[in-house]
Ligand binder design. Structure first.
Ligand SMILES: Cc1cc2nc3c(=O)[nH]c(=O)nc-3n(C[C@H](O)[C@H](O)[C@H](O)COP(=O)(O)OP(=O)(O)OC[C@H]3O[C@@H](n4cnc5c(N)ncnc54)[C@H](O)[C@@H]3O)c2cc1C
Length: 692
């Protein structure tokens, strides 16, 4: 099993991967029933036992029908999932032979079984060769059956048109030799009369010696019929065995746990959310149209406005936002958007977003827990809180700006479709009652808690991260108060806590990729012509119609010049120190952070971290904490302002060139001075001529 997948080789189904999916499914003589899922999707986790049970239930239908799974969260499979048109999870499909529209994961196994048959029958023209005929038998067929078929037994199942029993038993007996099963409809009067059928369903066994009798079962049901037929003398199971890998223990390399503090927010989670949302979730749609274009524009606009990212990430978001604003019309091919989502330089500054997915605060105890949905919640809480800071003291024009963007994103792109439906239900119920940015932050907090309550104790809950009503008292004591012996939230305290928790000061850079590494990697990719994401796109960059706006031409520039390289070299020293410290899991001291601030003010977050620690050590309550954090943040910004003033616009190469020029011009002046002085002396020493 791929690490993190929800199924293992021991399950009675086929685990398809990018290299086996197409070859197995397309042009196959069988029908392939494939579940496309994402291991992080809660509903896929809930659905996995149902799918496993279905696979076990219809194991005998193979090779006519094979049950398989593909994990679309596995980077290697993402492109293939796109090719199969998968836009949400879980999606169930029968290969090109037949197609099952996404089925409600809540369906019982019986419903799923029946919908497979219905879908097979809907595509009769491409009937899989390995699949037996399932249509009702006619009088003529039964009359000459033993002349044309070399079997001892024929079981006739008399049933109504809506019943699936006959078709299910036919498929159940597919592997068995010397017996055939056919369904006869209650409307087939001649046969009904001939065998004296009085009840539907009921079954008769015809033998090739011309005798027949009613099949004696306690219940007219699938399992009773198959049990009886499989035990008839001379009936044997055929040589075909369903493909099933031997039960070998799964060897997965455990992902080392990154130490994370629950009271902190990690930039690695946020940047991973941005990468996954923009380059994986949106990429599932080869063309964005109508509502999706609007949703993407709104989402990127709030990111560009409020995301407190590192400067090169902010550049990235702003450049994507500018590009989207310039798109006219309501249609964007993803191939065009993909180019804009490429890491590059914008003018002199890098516009870069890591292509890595690294979960720190959102890391689960197993790979299929937490991850992307956790980071998406974190991102949107952060954005609602940033909006409150942006509009502090003044009324926001649109208090629903962030929530509306979230609603649009979740509706249009969030792969967990059931989650999206639930969220839409909550949004439709009360989102429009939100009147201020503070209320927006609280609305999201309370709705998230509703989801936590609904999911507590279910299969999606990571046992090491139980779903709590958040924040628990150990994170925010004042948030919990007791009124008439009942625990209630103090919403004012909650709001203050949210503002402190999701403040830039509480975002830690541990495990983020340093800017130098990102830019150098990007320039190498550009040189190699392989500017593609880990998700496996290929092919060189092409000009596109959507990108023809001349203003946007500069977005294409992605060559890293020598000057910025030298600049980055100096920054990298400080960044390396930071990365080493972060990987060791220790907090940088103030002494460590000052060179970082000098190198790049994006690394203020390290200083924020130190500030947060200092305040915590001082044991401040949540109200004091917020005031103190803001004071500290102001200090940091003031300090960094001076650092910025000192270094404004000059790279180290500029400074070196200045020094060299200064030195050369001094030497030149000195040379001229010496020359004129020597000449004067020489003249003075010569005999003068008498003047007239
Ligand atoms: C919009 C949306 C809808 C979803 N709907 C479903 C669904 O219907 N069914 C399903 O199975 N899964 C759903 N999920 C996924 C589910 O909510 C969790 O994200 C997932 O199970 C991972 O849980 P977690 O333990 O990492 O914590 P999460 O619930 O993802 O929380 C992430 C982090 O946010 C913080 N946090 C927790 N609660 C709050 C709060 N109330 N306010 C502010 N911050 C908080 C904590 O620091 C926590 O670690 C949904 C996800 C999203 C983004």
């Amino acid at each position: 099993a791929p690490p993190g997948g929800l199924y293992s080789p021991g399950d009675p189904l086929v685990l398809l991967q990018v290299d086996t999916l197409e070859s197995s499914v397309l042009n196959s003589s069988s029908a392939w029933l494939v579940e496309f899922y994402a291991s992080w999707c809660g509903h896929c986790v809930h659905f996995a036992p149902i799918w496993r049970a279905l696979a076990a239930d219809i194991q005998e239908w193979s090779p006519a029908v094979n049950v398989a799974v593909v994990d679309c969260a596995d980077i290697a499979n993402q492109k293939m999932c796109g090719k199969f048109g998968i836009t949400g999870f879980p999606t169930l499909k029968v290969n090109s032979v037949c197609f099952v529209p996404p089925t409600d994961p809540g369906d019982s196994i019986q419903n799923l079984r029946q919908s497979i048959i219905t879908n097979l029958e809907m595509h009769k023209e491409t009937w899989p060769p390995a699949c037996p005929p399932l249509e009702p038998a006619s009088v003529e067929e039964i009359r000459g059956f033993f002349q044309t078929n070399n079997v001892t037994y024929l079981a006739l199942i008399f049933e109504t048109n809506e019943s699936f029993l006959g078709r299910e038993v036919t498929l159940d007996m597919l592997q068995y030799e010397n017996v055939a099963v056919r369904r006869v409809l209650s409307s087939e009067e001649e046969l009904v009369k001939k065998y004296g059928v009085t009840a539907f369903p009921s079954s008769f066994l015809l033998i090739n010696n011309g005798t027949f009798s009613r099949i004696p079962v306690q219940m007219e049901a699938r399992s009773f019929y198959t049990h009886f037929l499989r035990r008839l003398p001379g009936v044997t199971r055929g040589p075909y065995m369903p493909t099933r890998a031997p039960d070998t223990p799964i060897k997965t390399t455990p992902i080392p746990r990154k130490p994370a503090d629950r009271s902190k927010v990690y930039m690695a989670d946020l940047e991973s959310a941005l990468h996954y949302a923009l380059r994986v979730e949106v990429a599932r749609f080869s063309v964005l149209t109508g509502e999706r274009v609007r949703a993407l524009k709104d989402f990127v606009a709030v990111l560009a406005k409020y995301f407190p990212g590192r400067p090169f990430v902010q550049n990235f978001l702003r450049s994507v936002d500018r590009w989207l604003r310039n798109v006219r019309g309501s249609r964007i091919p993803y191939s065009a958007l993909k180019l804009v989502l490429t890491n590059r330089k914008e003018g002199q500054a890098p516009a870069v977003l890591s292509n890595n997915v690294t979960w720190v605060g959102c890391q689960g105890s197993e790979p299929h827990f937490r991850g992307y949905p956790c980071s998406l919640w974190t991102l949107f809480h952060l954005l609602t809180v940033q909006a409150t800071r942006h509009h502090s003291g003044q009324k926001a024009e649109d208090p629903l700006e962030v929530l509306g963007a979230m609603r649009g994103y979740v509706q249009s792109f969030f792969g967990c479709r059931e989650c999206a439906q639930h969220f839409e239900g909550m949004a439709a119920e009360s989102m429009d009652k939100v009147r201020s940015v503070d209320e927006a932050a609280l609305w999201l907090w309370s709705r998230h808690n509703r989801v936590n309550a609904r999911l507590a104790g279910t299969a999606t809950e990571d046992p090491q991260f139980p779903k709590l009503q958040w924040p628990p008292p150990e994170l925010c004591h004042p948030c919990h108060s007791v009124v008439k012996r009942r625990q209630v939230w103090d919403e004012a305290a909650v709001l203050q806590f949210l503002k402190a928790y999701f403040s830039p000061i509480n975002i830690f850079l541990n495990y983020t990729e340093p800017e130098t590494a990102l830019v150098v990697r990007r320039s190498r990719e550009a040189k190699e012509g392989a500017g593609e994401w880990a998700m496996g796109f290929s092919g060189p960059r092409k000009p596109s119609i959507v990108r023809m706006n001349p203003k946007m031409q500069e977005l294409e520039e992605d060559i890293v010049d020598l000057d910025s390289f030298s600049e980055l070299h100096y920054k990298s020293k400080a960044l390396k120190a930071a990365a080493v410290a972060a990987n060791k899991g220790h907090q940088l001291s103030k002494r460590d952070t000052i060179p970082l601030l000098l190198a790049d003010d994006s690394h203020q977050a390290f200083d924020y971290a130190a500030a947060w620690e200092r305040l915590r050590q001082r044991g401040l309550g949540s109200k004091q904490l917020i005031g103190a954090l803001e004071e500290d943040e102001g200090d940091t910004l003031r300090r960094s302002h001076w650092f910025r003033m000192l270094g404004v616009g000059f790279s180290h190469l500029d400074v070196s060139l200045c020094i060299i020029l200064y030195f050369l011009s001094s030497m030149c002046l000195l040379g001229m001075y010496t020359f004129f002085r020597m000449r004067t002396r020489h003249r003075k020493g010569r005999p003068s001529f008498p003047t007239a």
